[in-house]
Ligand binder design. Structure first.
Ligand SMILES: C[S@@+](CC[C@H](N)C(=O)[O-])C[C@H]1O[C@@H](n2cnc3c(N)ncnc32)[C@H](O)[C@@H]1O
Length: 410
């Protein structure tokens, strides 16, 4: 879609057409396309409107009902921050008394919309002209906020205010346009040196405008965090979606933190203050304890397993695996708890025997810190077709030795 077509689609007849379309249905899309062309609509406009309807249907997962009033590009939707996470970004600026946020590389404007929705004035730019145009359409409900075509590198912080009340938000592109991976999706870049705008640009901006935030890949290296800033890893429904670095007044904690978000549940935050710095490791499988804890992935990525060992009085099964064994049963809002039913050194024959003796016919295999192929293991275990019991098997390490635990979720 070029800019001219975007304009036609989002004004007058084009907008009327788009808003009149029924919920997108792949099977009837062709017939609908032909009907609309037959009714005299321009074929390019019909194709663009149907494409938007398709993207809106996909976007419901990130934006709920708001998707119906938004426009998208395919790449822009894929890279956009989901609404509940964007709302948390916006809240950081509001809580720090920021009134104007420069969203530098705004994409389709998901973060910008959340900020404008909290009465912040947004000045957004994007290097891609159509994407900036899409963001402008999405920001139309907030006339105080704007989105324009422009590059981060051309941005000059407003002079004379000492940056007070003014903030910057960057969500650098983390994909290589046009490089498709085996799934056909554009390949992700995890290298801090390859993001656009660059990490150096983020750091320079944070010097000029202290209230700066930057959303980065969950693979953000701990060692790259500048002193005094906060890096927060966020998970949404179990998936780690980002690591955001907050500078100046936007940092609520120094160092690393994790935010665990689940639909319908209050957010949970874990910080370095919850961790005592050292993570005891289990010295022997026999000392595992009756309970196994599995921290949320954001906590793992943030390197805060020691918060879990501290609160459970337990020990990590082996350095870096994240599983914690303890004799205490504690409700931890950022970890799953399992009752340990059996623990043994990893041995396929012994495990097969145990599962058979206990009539197990359905298995969930979890593994961490080992190179075991779960599909192969499942085949090797040759579960009986007719059993009566389901089991969760965890394959991991204790003191570098592979072990298997049979556990029951609680
Ligand atoms: C990850 S997307 C932003 C997504 C956005 N936060 C949202 O939630 O919708 C990154 C955007 O940065 C833009 N971009 C990359 N380099 C840029 C630069 N140097 N100047 C301006 N925009 C840039 C890309 O065109 C892309 O749209």
């Amino acid at each position: 879609m070029d800019l001219a077509l975007l304009r036609r689609l989002t004004t007058g007849e084009g907008w009327g057409l788009l808003q009149s379309l029924p919920p997108y249905d792949e099977e009837s899309a062709l017939a609908l396309q032909q009907r609309l062309r037959g009714a005299g609509f321009d074929p390019d406009l019909v194709a663009a409107a149907l494409n938007q309807a398709r993207l809106r249907a996909r976007a419901v997962e990130k934006f709920g009902e708001f998707a119906r009033g938004m426009v998208f590009t395919s790449d822009g939707l894929e890279q956009a921050t989901r609404l509940p996470v964007a709302a948390r970004h916006a809240d950081r600026f509001r809580a720090a008394d920021v009134h104007t946020v420069h969203d530098l590389g705004c994409g389709i404007g998901a973060d910008a919309m959340a900020m404008a929705g909290l009465d912040l004035r947004v000045r957004a730019v994007d290097a891609d002209e159509v994407t900036a145009g899409v963001a402008a359409v999405n920001l139309r409900h907030w006339p105080e906020s704007t989105a324009d075509h422009g590059r981060v590198e051309e941005f000059r912080p407003p002079a004379g205010q000492g940056g007070r009340g003014v903030g910057a938000w960057l969500d650098p592109a983390r994909r290589t346009p046009g490089v498709a991976d085996v799934t056909g999706r554009t390949r992700r870049i995890f290298d801090l040196a390859s993001i656009s705008p660059s990490w150096q640009t983020v750091l320079s901006l944070a010097q000029e405008l202290p209230a700066t935030g930057a959303k980065l890949s969950p693979a953000f290296p701990h060692g790259a965090l500048p002193p005094g800033a906060e890096a927060q890893w966020t998970s949404f429904d179990g998936d780690v979606v980002e690591c955001t670095v907050w500078f100046g007044p936007l940092a609520r904690h120094r160092g690393r933190s994790a935010a665990v978000l689940r639909p319908g549940a209050p957010p949970v935050q874990v910080t370095e203050e919850d961790a005592d710095g050292s993570t005891p490791a289990l010295t022997s499988l026999s000392l595992l304890g009756a309970w196994l804890y599995e921290p949320d992935r954001a906590v793992l990525r943030a390197g805060l397993t020691s918060a879990l060992t501290a609160v459970t009085g337990g020990a990590e099964l082996d350095a870096g695996v994240g599983y914690v064994g303890s004799s205490r049963s504690v409700d931890v809002p950022y970890a799953r708890r399992y009752a340990v039913v059996e623990a043994m050194p990893f041995n396929v024959k012994a495990l097969r025997g145990w599962l058979r003796d206990h009539g197990v016919d359905r298995l969930t295999i979890k593994k961490r810190g080992v190179s075991v192929d779960a599909d192969l293991l499942r085949r090797q275990l040759r579960l009986p077709a007719k059993g009566s019991t389901e089991a969760v098997v965890v394959v991991t390490r204790v003191r570098s030795n592979q072990v298997v635990l049979i556990v029951r979720p609680t």
